[in-house]
Design a protein around this ligand. Structure first.
Ligand code: CA
Length: 376
């Protein structure tokens, strides 16, 4: 009952639940509130976090679960986050509405799943020919990206923070070689976000499916091809049982930023300290998730090739040039959507050029020279 009284400050998981609980306890709640020595800390925060990932899925699911636990650890248990994997409270793709409505307080997912609500969401996970992990973090934290992201989510009553990254994703799993754009024509391929729209421009049929449904659709032949993440995650999905050729690099998701979205009115009702704890935990989740992907992808790729007979293939320049042309068509359309979409695109292009001018002569040439000289 004490807890219910505290929820008047907006700290209970669900307003709906609060009204129900308040009605049930009625006068007793008021009477109890006047008693001394509450057993629950006055600034206790309870929140429900829904997610777009299956429970315990490596990196994505475990990363989100780790974030939920971290929030409790950082606050000595004062912040309690109840985590719900996909389908445990709502379906994966209903996570955004669940939080926007205030029924849950937080989600962990990828904001490009919401491109049908606004195409600019695509820029805040990964966009075709877009940023790598270090580039998108530079843009979000120091290049005006977070401000644009805030402007976008504000219309929906949410706010999003970086809370993970998968790094450069693989191009996908195919049952035939992709030698030219012609080989993509008529191809039914799971590929969400703006990347999927690029495939559509090249005559393919992009399909958006949550992670938990891809394998069955690939095995049954309902889809011809799929992308998902990279070796560590794709091995867990067992795509090698249904497709032979594994292509790289993926133009569609060069550094997919995962997001923790919060209900904004709930979030702003919290103390500045709790807001800082949540934002800091999200930044930690970003770094630790990326580290785990980088630590595990190499060994997983070797297993796929050596133990499962997967054929590793690289998209040739001709296919990449076709992707680039398709991407330009998609971006031309996105900019027509609204003033905000045009501004986000303009900022993205500017940052890609500025930040990319540095990464182009720092990370890539160094790794290439190091591995060449040492024969790695
Ligand atoms: Ca993907």
């Amino acid at each position: 009952m004490i807890k219910e009284k505290k929820s008047l400050k907006g700290k209970l998981p669900s307003r709906r639940k609060f009204f129900k609980a308040a009605a049930a306890t009625g006068v007793a709640a008021v009477a109890a509130s006047s008693l001394a020595a509450p057993a629950v800390a006055a600034d206790r925060v309870e929140a429900a976090m829904v997610a777009t990932w299956p429970r315990d899925f490596p990196g994505l699911g475990t990363g989100a679960q780790r974030l939920a636990k971290r929030l409790s650890d950082m606050s000595d248990g004062r912040i309690q986050v109840t985590y719900y994997a996909a389908n445990e409270r709502v379906k994966a793709f209903d996570s955004f509405d669940e939080v926007a409505s205030g029924n849950s307080q937080m989600y962990h997912g990828a904001d490009y799943y919401w491109v049908k609500k606004h195409p600019a969401f695509g820029y805040f996970t990964a966009s075709p020919f877009g940023f790598t992990y270090s580039e998108i973090n530079a843009w979000i934290h120091f290049g005006g990206g977070q401000e644009l992201w805030d402007e976008l989510t504000d219309d929906f009553g949410t706010q999003s923070f970086i809370a993970g990254n998968t790094g450069v994703q693989m191009g996908g799993w195919f049952n035939k070689k992709i030698r030219s754009a012609n080989d993509l024509k008529g191809l039914k391929m799971r590929m969400p976000g703006l990347g999927g729209q690029v495939l559509g421009k090249l005559g393919g049929s992009p399909i958006s499916l949550p992670g938990g449904q891809i394998y069955e659709n690939l095995v049954s032949g309902a889809i011809d091809a799929t992308e998902w993440v990279g070796p560590w995650n794709d091995e867990a999905m067992k795509f090698h049982e249904a497709a032979k050729y594994y292509y790289y690099p993926g133009m569609h998701e060069p550094g997919s930023m995962l997001a923790c979205g919060v209900n904004k009115s709930w979030f702003t009702s919290l103390s500045k300290t709790d807001q800082t704890i949540i934002k800091t935990a999200c930044a930690w989740a970003d770094e630790i998730t990326m580290s785990e992907y980088n630590a595990k992808n190499g060994a997983a790729l070797a297993r796929l090739i050596n133990d499962h007979g997967v054929k590793l293939e690289k998209f040739n320049d001709k296919v990449y040039d076709a992707f680039a042309k398709g991407a330009q068509e998609v971006y031309d359309e996105v900019q027509q959507h609204s003033d905000l979409a045009a501004r986000v695109h303009k900022a993205f292009v500017k940052a890609r050029k500025e930040i990319g001018s540095w990464t182009n002569l720092s990370d890539s040439p160094y790794i290439s020279q190091r591995n060449r000289a040492l024969g790695l």
